[in-house]
Design a protein around this ligand. Structure first.
Ligand SMILES: Nc1ncnc2c1ncn2[C@@H]1O[C@H](COP(=O)(O)OP(=O)(O)OP(=O)(O)O)[C@@H](O)[C@H]1O
Ligand SMILES: [Mg+2]
Length: 342
């Protein structure tokens, strides 16, 4: 029997009015997240990952948001600010890349977690302080009672991010959105924070959306992957399916650009040639077509289709893929580019 998703996003479109004209940062995006699962959203800079997460949190007041976002069947698009506020914290919480910008320098970390708990739970002062210490212990801060009384600047980057996880989870949300939570950290600390999120996700049966530009991170902690390109879904599938046999040439390009342990020291990193599409004046057809080696090497008719007709999402062997020329399970790599081949 299919599991009912906790979060369901359908045809989400987010448009900003700018001096240069409308910018469609997210375009007809659909995905589900179930309890106990982690969805990794990946894509290059500007692909619409953060805008998607902010839309789910209802934090895009200046943008035009259309489509549907439901939590346990309840529609969030168009919900009054007061009702959204009630849901934020209690039902869904978010962790950002830079914990310092989310922590107030003049209040102790314990006060900040306690305050968050009071606002969302209506708890009393003593109970919220106890909760703050409990949460600091849960996220692995040593001597949590003493550390609760310290200010954020006394914490290392990794410890601050643990504090952010503690704050996000203090009100026991069902959905946690983490937007590049480890990008600013060194690899060892990054691994610890990812392990922490994965452990808590399992223990609390949380639905997690993990946003990153790093497919290596996704491989370690996600169950499902959504690959975004130019504000749209390029590919969506369970993580092992994506890594074993990516169907979209863009996903293939991202995978090929991952450094590999078995690479020779001097093996070049194969970045995808070209740059992401303009969202101000999107070209017709597939947004990836100008960078796609598969389209470039196709026959004239197939190439014209890529350049002129926007591919809709289709289901192919466990994937959702938006591509006219999807790769089959045995396809040869469509990158590297000739410049990058030694
Ligand atoms: N308030 C805004 N007004 C106009 N355009 C915006 C606004 N916020 C985001 N955008 C545009 O939307 C697009 C998607 O931005 P978004 O921040 O979601 O990218 P991202 O995938 O999170 O990238 P990164 O990996 O760099 O964080 C970008 O082109 C960005 O310039
Ligand atoms: Mg972002």
């Amino acid at each position: 029997m299919a599991v009912e998703p906790l979060l369901s996003v359908r045809d989400l479109t987010v448009t900003f009015a700018t001096d240069g004209g409308p910018v469609r940062a997210v375009d007809s995006l659909s995905f589900d997240v179930e309890r106990g699962r982690t969805l990794g959203i990946v894509g290059e800079s500007g692909s619409g990952k953060s805008v998607t997460s902010m839309a789910v949190m209802g934090l895009h007041t200046g943008a035009d948001v259309s489509g549907s976002i439901t939590m346990e069947g309840r529609e969030l698009v168009g919900l009054a600010e007061r009702d959204l506020n009630r849901l934020r914290g209690r039902k869904m919480a978010m962790i950002f890349q830079d914990p310092l910008s989310s922590l107030h320098p003049y209040y102790t970390v314990g006060e900040q977690i306690a305050e968050h708990h009071r606002v969302h739970f209506g708890s009393r002062r003593a109970a919220s302080r106890r909760r703050a210490v409990e949460m600091l212990a849960e996220v692995g801060i040593p001597e949590p009672r003493r550390r609760a009384g310290e200010y954020p600047h006394r914490f290392s980057g990794g410890m601050r991010q643990r504090v952010m996880v503690a704050m996000a989870l203090a009100c026991e949300p069902d959905l946690l959105i983490a937007d590049e939570p480890t990008t600013a950290l060194d690899v060892t600390v990054q691994a610890q924070i990812l392990e922490l999120i994965a452990r808590i996700q399992q223990e609390r049966d949380l639905a997690v959306v993990l946003i990153t530009h790093d497919l290596g991170v996704v491989a370690r902690v996600a169950h499902d992957v959504l690959v975004m390109y130019g504000g749209r879904a390029a590919e969506r599938a369970p993580v092992d399916v994506v890594f074993a046999a990516p169907a979209h040439p863009y996903t293939r390009g991202l995978l090929d650009s991952l450094p590999r342990l078995d690479d020779a020291d001097d093996a070049p990193l194969r970045a995808i040639p070209g740059s992401p599409p303009s969202l101000l004046a999107p070209a017709p057809g597939c947004a990836f077509a100008p960078r796609c080696r598969r389209a470039a090497s196709a026959g004239a008719e197939a190439r014209q289709r890529c350049e002129r007709v926007e591919p809709g999402p289709v289901a192919v062997a466990g994937h959702m893929v938006a591509c006219h020329l999807p790769l089959g399970p045995d396809a040869a790599p469509c990158t590297p580019s000739s410049e990058a081949t030694p």
